[in-house]
Design a protein. Sequence first.
Length: 78
Amino acid sequence: MTLRSVLIGLFFIALTSFIVSWAELVTGQIMIGFLQLPAVVVALLFALILINKLLKRLTKPLTPQELAVIFIMMLVAL
């Protein structure tokens, strides 16, 4: 676990909380926070992996361990 993965994880926790809150409170019809494997977390992880692949040439890419830390942080926060 690196500082970089924790900081990115905190950003994705905030993003996950915002998306779930908006979906459940504003629309009032979608209950995506009750799923065992929330689609929001999986979609954000997929987006993070794509961004990681695209930015590989510019910066040091995230390791699988760092991606796992970010994924687990998002799951626990939800």
